[in-house]
Design a protein around this ligand. Structure first.
Ligand code: PNS
Length: 161
């Protein structure tokens, strides 16, 4: 059974993330989407909320599971018996950031990272931009599934009241 880990903060999960997760699901038998719980206090969603939104969004893929992780990603990958980490790349800036982490992770335990180029239509989409645009009243529905867009809308409204 080939298993890969797709890690991230997913605050919130976007259609760009789902593109990468779905394509990873086509490459390996099992994908474990791993939600980091060590993100900054500026996160909009708790780790449990992010997991719940991801579980709903990934439900169509039987080989995909979603879980929280803490500590080192490489330790989580080893515990999961994962053959690889899968990460999406939107740009050269992503590559510069991800390359060092991939090399560090490989040095630590030998786990390799497979980079998946993001589909062009989602190349400019990030969770941080979604939060910024939504927080200022912009329409982020094209970049999110309807349940995630609803959750973002509710959270944006809570933040201004
Ligand atoms: O959404 P992000 O910012 O791409 O997610 C980053 C995440 C959570 C995948 C990354 O910060 C991570 O792997 N954190 C776990 C701690 C760790 O292993 N740090 C060493 C990385 S070389």
């Amino acid at each position: 059974m080939t298993r890969a880990v797709c890690p991230g903060s997913f605050d919130p999960v976007t259609r760009g993330h789902l593109d990468v997760i779905g394509r990873a699901a086509g490459l390996v038998e099992e994908v474990v989407v791993a939600v980091g719980d060590n993100m900054s206090k500026r996160a909009w969603f708790t780790p449990a909320e992010r997991v719940a939104l991801l579980q709903e969004a990934c439900a169509p893929w039987p080989g995909v599971s979603v879980t929280l992780f803490s500590g080192l990603l490489v330790d989580f990958c080893r515990a999961q018996g994962a053959a690889a980490v899968v990460k999406g790349l939107r740009s050269g800036a992503d590559f510069d950031y991800e390359l060092a982490m991939a090399q560090m992770n490989r040095r630590l335990t030998g786990v390799d990272t497979v980079f998946v180029p993001t589909a062009p239509e989602w190349g400019f989409v990030s969770s941080s931009l979604v939060r910024e645009v939504a927080g200022l009243g912009g329409d982020v529905t094209p970049f999110l599934t309807p349940p995630v867009a609803a959750a973002v809308g509710r959270r944006a409204a809570e933040r201004v009241t």
